[in-house]
Design a protein around this ligand. Structure first.
Ligand SMILES: [Zn+2]
Length: 197
């Protein structure tokens, strides 16, 4: 007993009793749907790093690790779905797992976007500090430049601020600066800006 790639119904013969397709036709019908959902997953995966530069959370590096895991596991599941469909295997469980992964990059991106967009500039807290160090993580995603400053958050010693190229070039170790941190409409603290003192 296996399940139809197209509709998920149990089938004992090559032809599915529910949708009437045989296994190779079922795969042909399933494939464009699979490609479309994979395109949706990849688009969300491109969107997330982009939004994370517009409203960079203070804990961006952890979020990028989390996002990277989702991306990697999602793609791995997609490969197994693809291979299973090609070989006319029962992929019903894999299809459901994959369907759960597809919206995740979109949800993460939407959360970061709303967190920053719905926040008011009135809520931004500015505090004086000094640039401790700066580093550029090459070869990862764009926006991998960080300025390290003392943190205002309790229990947190340093912040690795995700700055753009201009700010990265503008500031150097030991510079006296003012850092703006916004609380975030969804409670995710994010980096508003850095200014010379
Ligand atoms: Zn079927």
């Amino acid at each position: 007993m296996t399940r139809c790639v197209n509709c998920g119904s149990e089938r004992n013969a090559d032809q599915c009793p529910s949708c009437g397709l045989d296994s190779s036709i079922a795969e042909m019908v399933f494939r464009p749907r699979f490609m479309k959902s994979t395109a949706v997953f990849l688009a969300g995966s491109l969107l997330f790093p982009y939004v994370s530069q517009i409203y960079p959370p203070l804990d961006l590096d952890w979020m990028l690790v989390f996002f990277g895991l989702i991306f990697f596991i999602g793609l791995t599941v997609a490969v197994f779905v693809d291979r299973g469909a090609r070989n006319h295997r029962d992929i019903e469980v894999l299809k459901r797992i994959y369907a759960g992964f597809i919206p995740l990059p979109w949800i993460l991106a939407a959360a970061l976007f709303l967190n920053g967009k719905l926040d008011s500039p009135k809520n931004v807290a500015y505090y004086p500090t000094t640039v401790q160090s700066r580093f550029n993580m090459r070869g990862i995603v764009r926006g991998s430049r960080r300025l390290v400053v003392r943190s205002l958050r309790p229990g947190q010693k340093w912040e690795r601020l995700a700055v753009d190229v201009d700010d990265y070039d503008r500031f150097h170790d030991g510079d006296a600066v003012v850092v703006g941190v916004a609380p975030g409409a969804l409670g995710i603290n994010w980096f508003y800006g850095i200014y010379r003192r």
